[in-house]
Design a protein. Sequence first.
Lengths: 234, 99
Amino acid sequence: MSAASFTTVGIARGARRSLAVALGLAPFGLVVGVLAAGKGLSLAETGLMSGLVFAGASQILALDLWTHPAPVLAASFAAFAVNLRMALMGPALAPWLERLAGWRLWGNLFLLVDHGFALAIAEGRKGERDGGFLFGAGLALWLAWLACSLAGHLLGAALHPPRGHPLFFAALAAFVSLLVPLWRGRHDALPWLVAAAVALPVAHWAPHGAWHVVAAALAGGLVGAFRETRRVRE
Amino acid sequence: MIEASNLAAILGMAAATLACRAGGYFLFRALRPTPFLRAMLGYVPGALFVGYVAPALAAGGIKEWVGAAATLIAVRLSGNIPLGIAVGTLSAWLVWLAR
């Protein structure tokens, strides 16, 4: 049994490998910053959110729903619903994490994010097992995320776009663009239709909070899972 | 400057997100997710974003529809999500300027 591997060489290697991916985060970070400025969040609040939450889609969704005073429950619920997918990433990274403890384990769990996860899975297939690699990749992405959302806030505060300005369309564009890689094939059609059919009336009758998003996720997930497990049994 | 309710919402989001990140690791190491739960978690992300996009497009106008179509086409052709966001936002902007 090999000892827990977590080297500084690994950290540097991970940080270097994630640089290209970090560039791809830039538009998301800018959208978060512009949205935050548009909703009246300060630069410090924007930095605090990006630093502590570090999950773009959930931040965009929560900021879109932001009101004054802040919707504490709706924002937390939105973050939970959007980031639930991360619950499956940790177990998949068990070969990297199970020999780590303390800040090395918790640091990696805190920095767990889609891009770093994808990179780790790809490198893991080539034999990479250094926990430092995962940490370095996550840390570089975190720094890039923080820098881009702060830059977005400065941009938003400088331009001061009015409500309905097409710059805010970037938030919707971010989610529309995510639908393309999320489409796995025709078996997604029914759950997606159900999700839309549930979201429309819920958004109409309960416009405050993220309830239409949560309802759609649950309805689509249940329909997909029911059909899939029934097909397996037959 | 940090306002109290903003701070509470940010901390709530941070706690919820860490619960997903760390909770999943510790929970699913102790007990294996059932096939139903695993399948459901596979469908949740797509359904969730459809749930966000559908009402936004229904409430939107030409600017949103053109922007969304341009985003979809750009990502489909290039496979590049950031590029799709940029192309879609730019298209929505052009429609907004033209009106």
